[in-house]
Design a protein around this ligand. Structure first.
Ligand code: C5P
Length: 218
């Protein structure tokens, strides 16, 4: 039975979330969507109506807010003070501001500590997905994957998911990847990571490839 840590990094629309969720379910492991954590922090900041230039107060809001992240296949959720916010954190307002909040070093430090605690608690293994997982959050992961895909394909997948216009989605992905590149490295694989280009692969094919990589590693 798998009880290790799998780190999955990649830019928006690379398929990280769907692939990670499916892989975790098939392994009977937990799955941590670290993007959801940065999104929840951003929603808490937006709700508190603090100015987005007031970094010190933003840090305080993030540190003082009660977040909960359910990571098991049967029980996956994001909560702020007990309220489920899974839909709210995917909205355009959060997406527009998440890079500004995730770019604050103290916010990252706080959430990375929370991520490491969740990883340490995972009894049956965990798939962790996001931006700086293989390099910063879980450098000792048993398997590190960097998922990537052509920008046009990534935009197509994202607009298919949220029903938004293709050109607007492509522009938004590009804007966010560029902003994120200041703090994380969305375009680079972590040392020791296996690069998987998903441009011409469907979900089943990617998940099968990851099972094979895992079998070789462990
Ligand atoms: O993956 P998702 O689109 O939900 O990520 C939302 C945002 O959260 C990213 O654009 C990035 O700013 C931030 N993020 C991060 N580090 C992670 C995961 C997400 O900075 N590990």
């Amino acid at each position: 039975e798998f009880d290790g840590v799998i780190a999955i990094d990649g830019p928006s629309g690379s398929g990280k979330s769907s692939v990670s969720r499916r892989l975790a379910t098939e392994l009977g492991a937990a799955c941590l969507d670290t993007g959801a954590m940065y999104r929840a922090a951003t929603l808490a900041v937006l709700r508190s109506a603090v100015s987005l230039t007031d970094t010190a107060t933003i840090i305080k809001v993030v540190e003082d807010t009660g977040f909960e992240f359910g990571t098991t296949p049967e029980d996956r959720y994001t909560r702020i003070e007990g309220e489920n916010v899974d839909d709210a954190i995917r909205g355009p307002e959060v997406t527009a501001h998440v890079s500004a909040v995730s770019g604050i070093p103290e916010v990252r430090r706080h959430l990375i500590a929370a991520q490491r605690a969740i990883i340490a608690d995972a009894a049956h293994g965990i798939v962790v997905e996001g931006r700086d997982i293989g390099e910063v959050v879980a450098p000792d992961a048993d398997l590190k994957i960097y998922l990537t895909a052509d920008p046009a394909e990534r935009a197509k997948r994202r607009s298919g998911q949220n029903g938004a216009d293709l050109a607007a989605t492509a522009a938004d992905i590009h804007r966010r990847d560029t902003a994120d590149a200041k703090t994380t490295r969305p375009h680079d694989a972590a040392p020791g990571a296996v690069v998987v280009d998903t441009t011409h692969l469907d979900l089943d094919q990617v998940v099968t490839a990851l099972h094979e990589l895992l079998a070789h590693k462990t």
